[in-house]
Design a protein around this ligand. Structure first.
Ligand SMILES: Cc1ncc(COP(=O)(O)O)c(C=O)c1O
Length: 416
């Protein structure tokens, strides 16, 4: 099996560690000695009940999740959470401030790419009279005024004094920007600008494409952190949530005093009250995520991955810079504001991008085509992307630069 597998740089669903897949294949036939495969066993069995708790605890342990927060599994992916965070946090705000005029319930959105834009658009659909506002927009700080090619400077953020929700996307999978992991740097999320006298803050972080790739800054200050499993953790189908307990509210009580009814599958409380199983969970996706988490733990958890992922992205950004200097590649993101997980760039010259992708496939590398909305190349370097694969890609990029630079000057210089 191993020989037929290729280097997969796909943006999600994406590579999983081979040792986990081998283990999962055994579990498909016989889950934890039950004689029943994981895709066949009841989620109400004591074996799966213990497994889902253990998996939540592995997340708690590896990310240092405090006892103020629950770790939950839901379905519906990141898109489901675009809706769920709005509905649950508007209900919370209504219960806290029942007499506030509707338009004074403010949802603050930080726009840094197409995913935060999609979340903002969903908030507008579900606002139910509340005001959805933009707290920062990186496009306003781009050279052409319309590209998501970097992060807003701290001076570009303004937060409302008592918002119902403050939303940001930590890693923009399509445009390839990411807030810095180190606090207090110009490209970190500006926690220091958040309102200080509004009580516990309703801060929401979309970590879909960077979850478990490194520690989460100020995790305890978040109301909700969520991520689909399908990038760094497991197969599509499971959505992981870290939710502060004051955000797990009685949505029906809020509806009785004028709030919007919340679909039961999106209300957090039934999940918190039933070990994430008010109904059938995504058993297989949770199982494989659990195997990945056990492997992560043995390797050293998020601190291990932070160093591992740092090395990989440094290698790719370095060769990208070499290619830029030779007029072969062009980064789509400002220097220093690029993602560790998704590196996006263009290949200059007529047909050069297609040649780059073809050459990569011939050398056994796939998943490099950029998102259909922005084109170009996207290198996704999730946890399961090995250093060997990364080296293989970097060597190919270097060869490609050399080949293109040798091509007649008309192709590279003119089209650059
Ligand atoms: C940052 C981010 N948020 C949200 C989503 C949407 O997730 P899903 O496809 O699980 O609904 C994605 C999907 O790739 C994403 O990358």
């Amino acid at each position: 099996m191993a020989e037929s597998r290729i280097a997969n740089f796909g943006a999600g669903p994406s590579a999983l560690p081979e040792s986990v897949l081998v283990e999962a294949a055994k579990g498909l036939l016989n889950f934890n000695g039950t004689g029943i495969g994981i895709a066949e066993i009841s989620h109400r069995s004591k074996e799966f009940g213990a497994y889902i708790k253990e998996t939540a605890n592995l997340i708690r342990e590896q990310l240092d999740v405090p006892s103020t927060h629950e770790v939950l599994f839901m379905q519906g992916g990141g898109t489901g959470q675009f809706s769920a965070v709005v509905l649950n946090l508007l209900a919370r705000h209504r219960l806290l401030h029942p007499d506030l005029p509707e338009h004074d319930r403010i949802l603050d959105y930080v726009l840094t790419g197409s995913w935060s834009k999609a979340a903002y658009t969903e908030a507008m659909r579900l606002a139910h009279g509340a005001t959805v506002r933009i707290a920062a927009d990186s496009r306003a700080h781009s050279a052409d005024g319309k590209s998501f090619d970097g992060l807003p400077p701290h001076s570009g953020f303004t937060f409302s004094p008592n918002p119902a929700l403050i939303y940001y996307c930590e890693n923009e999978t399509v445009s390839g920007t990411q807030f810095a992991g180190e606090e207090g740097t110009p490209t970190s999320f500006p926690f220091h600008l958040l309102p200080t006298d509004a009580g516990l803050l309703p801060l929401v972080g979309d970590y879909s494409s960077s979850f478990m790739s490194r520690p989460i800054p100020r995790l305890a200050d978040h109301a909700i952190i969520y991520a689909g499993a399908q990038k760094n953790l497991g197969p599509a189908g499971a959505t992981i949530l870290i939710v502060r307990k004051d955000c797990i509210v009685d949505v029906d009580a809020a509806a009785k005093i004028g709030g919007a009814p919340v679909p039961i599958s999106l209300a957090y409380r039934p999940y918190a009250a039933n070990d994430s199983m008010p109904n059938t969970p995504s058993v297989l996706a949770i199982y494989i995520s659990g195997l990945v988490l056990k492997r992560n733990k043995a390797l050293g958890g998020v601190r291990y991955y932070e160093e591992f992922n740092r090395r990989k992205k440094e290698k790719v950004y370095e060769v990208l810079k070499e290619g830029e200097a030779r007029g072969v590649f062009k980064s789509k993101v400002r220097e220093g504001e690029g993602s560790w997980m998704n590196i996006v760039f263009g290949v200059l010259g007529d047909g050069a991008e297609a040649r780059f992708l073809e050459g990569a496939e011939l050398r056994g590398m796939k998943g490099l085509k950029g998102h259909r909305s922005v084109g170009g190349i996207r290198v996704s370097l999730y946890n399961a992307v090995t250093e060997e694969w990364t080296d293989q890609l970097v060597a190919y990029m270097r060869d490609f630069i050399a080949e293109q630079s040798e091509a007649p000057a008309t192709t590279t210089a003119m089209e650059a």
